[in-house]
Design a binder for this molecule. Structure first.
Ligand SMILES: [Zn+2]
Length: 684
């Protein structure tokens, strides 16, 4: 089982942004029911002092983190419910013997093979042996390229392949073209910073990591003393690779990760790696050019290839092979993988039940096959239509906002509106399902299925190079409880998984629905105009369409948000990295305002009444606050402080409302109170 992470997928694209899931607004003439959960609130807290505690205090008390989770939230709960629905689909597909559809055969047998722990246990490390033998047979470092051509996937927990990552993507400067991309990779820890930070906790973590690597070597049959030395070797090599990694903040600036070059230039940059062999092996022997996202990384990788002995490289490759396969292997491997990546890194107390891991695996590996069955059972055309209506209202609000912006000149406004009008709204699922007919799924062959699925995906990615862009393609599977904006396709995407009860209810009160659903739609739309997204034009090309003066005005306003969030503490003495979270913080701020405006416009002819003691405006904001109700383990907060561009839920709530005069008026907050910022930030 691989823990594929969309996180990574989207990180690579650098400007595609993960967003929160959302609830849904629909107008209903018959007695609206509040979706507000009064029991989730804590009425003893003054909303003008801590609006998050006011909205979510009860929820936090009543919803402790389950032992198999590292955090628990309204979205997490919905995700868990979706998993249970998927489980039902998969168990049915696995059971049905006669005349199964091709889709049912694939998802059913994939799931059944993953659930068959007895068979997996019986095989032990045998499935890994051919891979380890190939490593043992390497005669020189020249052979690295050929070996690595089959070893860069599946992505590890944090998504980087052995040595580096290789895939395809739209050309930043010509969004109609798909090109090859080579990117930094090769690390087992979640980020370059983990290798260099010298505070006590980071030092402890590195020790735990080396112990984990050693344990994996022991499970492969090595003696403890050898395994310990091998662990140290892996850390040394990865640290050298990490030196070449670009930071996450720098990666948010698209020009910094765009370096097109010829294959000959890449060969000159990293001559110690036989690129011609590698490219030929992956079927790209005729490739002439590609984007080398971080040239510095390949320089560092090259130096490290030269520096280390063949024997130490074999150690690194053995680690990677076992690391990538660990969750497909026996209980001992799964447990060790969990101990470090689940428990130590995220604070998760118990291993996630196998059915959840296997369901996630099917979703991660053949998600559009499972998604077809899911959509047929759980997503209605009505839901799709209703979602589209709100999205269009939010877009109309954005249009009015742009037209009225006091700080933007007419030329830039015209470009901004062109971009806004070009945004495609994708709701629910793709128009055309991915064809998995070339992927063989064999019942009882867990690791084989997993490998073949990875190969299928790798080939599919590379197969796009040189072909027209498929704008219908999705970057998330239909059951996903999340949403995203893709700046290169210039589209916003809302999978069916978030348009589900209880968040999606035809009978619900519009105010809190716009506060959460609408705010999320506004969030995605605002990404088109955040620090990253705003550098891409209507066609998805990296092109500065702003006048210099207007760009300066934008950056000043974005800086206000960076300064604001940089002042918030996440856990211990760790502060938010306001530059890392800027795009998300801008999207939260802009998105909530857009939702508010869209709601006001939608209900302007209605007489809105108070309900359960709250005015409509108050219900809007409580709806927003309650979309973020969550509990999170400290370990997970620390991890996210380094890798996640989203601010913690508390600050996503308080950071936004304290910038909005509409909030101050709704709750009659006074100047000087914590939820009324002296210096209000506003961009869009
Ligand atoms: Zn986002």
């Amino acid at each position: 089982m691989k823990s594929k992470s969309f996180f990574f997928f989207f990180f690579f694209l650098a400007a595609v942004i993960l967003a929160p899931a959302f609830a849904f607004a629909q107008n209903s003439s018959a007695s609206p029911q509040p979706v507000l959960d009064v029991s989730a609130m804590d009425a003893t807290v003054d909303p003008c002092v801590d609006f998050y505690a006011y909205s979510c205090g009860g929820w936090m008390k009543n919803n402790p983190i389950p032992p198999d989770q590292s955090s628990w939230s309204t979205y997490g709960k919905l995700g868990d419910e979706n998993l249970a629905q998927l489980r039902g689909i998969l168990e049915d597909a696995a059971k049905a013997k006669a005349a199964r559809s091709p889709v049912d055969q694939k998802i059913g047998d994939y799931y059944a093979s993953c659930m068959d722990e007895t068979a997996i246990e019986k095989l032990g490390t045998k499935p890994l042996m051919p891979e380890l033998e190939r490593i043992a047979r390497l005669k020189s470092k020249e052979g690295l390229a050929e070996y690595v051509s089959t070893a860069q996937f599946p992505p590890s927990s944090f998504g980087t392949g052995a040595l580096f990552s290789f895939r395809s993507g739209q050309d930043f400067k010509d969004s109609t073209q798909v090109i090859a991309e080579a990117d930094q990779g090769g690390l087992g820890l979640p980020d370059r910073d983990y290798y260099f930070k010298d505070d006590d906790k980071s030092i402890e973590l590195r020790k735990a990591y080396v112990a984990h690597v050693a344990k994996i070597f022991e499970l492969l049959g090595d003696q403890p003393a050898d395994a310990a030395a091998e662990g140290a070797t892996v850390l040394r090599i990865e640290t050298a690779l990490a030196e070449g990694h670009m930071t996450r903040v720098d990666r948010r600036d698209p020009p910094k990760i765009y370096h097109k070059m010829t294959v000959a230039e890449l060969e000159k940059l990293a001559p110690g790696f036989r690129w011609n062999v590698y490219l030929k092996k992956i079927g790209l022997g005729k490739l002439t050019g590609l984007d080398v996202t971080v040239p510095e990384y390949f320089r560092a990788m090259n130096a490290e290839i030269e520096k280390e002995s063949l024997s130490d490289w074999k150690t690194y490759l053995r680690w990677y092979a076992a690391h990538n396969a660990a969750t497909d292997l026996t209980a001992a491997f799964v447990k060790e993988q969990f101990n470090f990546y689940g428990k130590t890194l995220r604070g998760q107390q118990e291993l996630t039940p196998r059915w959840k891991r296997c369901t996630n695996d099917v979703d991660g590996d053949i998600g559009e096959a499972l998604g077809q069955a899911y959509v047929a059972k759980y997503f209605s055309p009505d839901a799709k239509q209703a979602a589209l209506k709100v999205v269009q209202e939010i877009e109309a609000a954005m249009q009015s906002e742009i037209q009225a912006l006091p700080w933007m000149g007419a030329d830039t406004k015209e470009q901004a509106l062109t971009k806004l009008h070009a945004i495609a709204n994708k709701i629910g699922y793709p128009g055309q399902w991915r064809d998995y007919s070339d992927l063989k799924v064999v019942r009882g062959d867990q690791i084989g299925n997993s490998e073949r699925a990875s190969w299928f995906e790798f080939r599919r990615q590379l197969g796009k190079i040189g072909k027209p862009v498929n704008r219908d393609e999705w970057g998330m599977t239909p059951p996903t409880v999340n949403a995203y904006y893709d700046p290169q396709k210039n589209d916003i995407n809302f999978p069916a998984g978030i348009l589900q009860p209880p968040l999606f209810s035809a009978k619900s009160d519009a105010a809190p629905n716009y506060g959460n659903t609408g705010a999320t739609m506004g969030h995605e739309l605002t990404h088109a105009f955040d620090d990253e997204g705003s550098q891409f034009d209507a066609q998805g090309n990296l092109r500065m369409w702003w006048t210099e003066a207007d760009r300066k005005e934008f950056e000043q306003r974005a800086q206000c948000v960076i300064d604001q969030y940089s002042g918030y503490t996440i856990v211990d003495d760790i502060k938010i990295n306001g530059k890392l979270t800027n795009g998300e913080d801008l999207a939260d701020l802009g998105g909530t305002l857009l939702a508010y405006l869209a709601w006001k416009e939608d209900t302007k002819s209605q007489k809105l009444e108070s309900m359960e003691g709250f005015t409509p405006e108050q219900r809007f904001f409580i709806g927003y606050g309650q979309s973020w109700c969550a509990n999170e383990r400290d370990e997970n907060l620390r991890l996210r402080a380094t890798v996640d561009p989203h601010s913690p839920d508390k600050h996503r709530t308080n950071g936004v409302v304290s910038n909005m005069p509409e909030f101050r008026d709704a709750f009659h907050c006074k100047v000087g109170q914590p939820m009324v910022r002296e210096k209000v930030c506003r961009v869009w």
